[in-house]
Design a protein around this ligand. Structure first.
Ligand SMILES: Nc1nc2c(ncn2[C@@H]2O[C@H](COP(=O)(O)OP(=O)(O)OP(=O)(O)O)[C@@H](O)[C@H]2O)c(=O)[nH]1
Ligand SMILES: [Zn+2]
Length: 199
């Protein structure tokens, strides 16, 4: 499986003519002259930027959960990574979605390096998304590959397609959650995780 496209690799990426041409057409449609000096290299920059925004398509986020640790002193209480910042793009307008995610799981036997939860989030966020699917995909991936007793994912994000265009409501945030296993079935576990997340 190919690794996620890093920024420095994206900067060297050859850009197919038809992709650059598509961006040139968009600049013209927006009302500017793509041949003026300041815009001359823009189509290639935009094309490479989009490869970077969408680098998640080059990876299977589950690979980040392959390395787990069993020697954690029998720890089987909740693990929470709170307020992880992320950026994505909405599939309707290709506009930025900017927010934070809180990801928790209740380990059964194995725990994962904590950074890996943020890597799984980024693997799905760096695609064209709707927030509901992003939330569900992150939770399902952890559930399937780590096989914990429960997973909880809560995402709060602001959608530029609502703040910068369209209805133009700056500051509005969307909240989505996906609870699986004990966080879905057991009210006390659910209460604990949501209160530790700050809800
Ligand atoms: N449920 C959900 N809706 C989203 C998300 N991102 C963007 N949207 C919405 O997708 C909808 C697309 O609606 P359309 O009516 O097809 O597009 P539009 O004419 O540009 O709509 P407006 O944004 O209202 O101007 C809009 O209501 C957006 O706010 C998301 O992650 N989840
Ligand atoms: Zn949108």
């Amino acid at each position: 499986m190919a690794l996620a496209l890093e920024a420095r690799e994206a900067g060297k990426l050859p850009v197919p003519d038809n992709v650059a041409e598509a961006v040139r057409t968009l600049i013209e449609w927006a009302g500017d002259d793509p041949s003026r000096e300041g815009l001359r290299d823009t189509p290639k920059r935009v094309a490479r930027a989009w490869r970077e925004y969408c680098a998640g398509y080059d990876e299977d986020p589950a690979v980040h959960l392959a390395r787990t640790f069993e020697e954690v002193g029998g720890y089987d209480e909740l693990v929470l990574l709170k307020d992880i910042p992320f950026q994505s793009h909405c599939e309707h307008h290709m506009a930025p979605i900017i927010g934070t995610a809180s990801i928790a799981y209740m380990p059964k036997e194995r725990v994962v390096g904590i950074s890996k939860l943020a890597r799984v989030l980024n693997g799905y966020a760096r695609r064209l998304q709707v927030q509901e699917r992003l939330t569900a995909e992150v939770a399902q991936c952890i559930h399937d590959y780590l096989k914990p007793s429960g997973v909880a994912v809560v995402i709060e994000a602001s959608h530029s397609c609502m703040t910068a265009r369209g209805v133009r409501t700056p500051g509005v945030k969307m909240t989505t959650s996906r609870l699986l296993g004990c966080f879905l079935d057991d009210p006390r576990s659910r209460e604990e995780v949501l209160s530790l997340m700050g809800y």
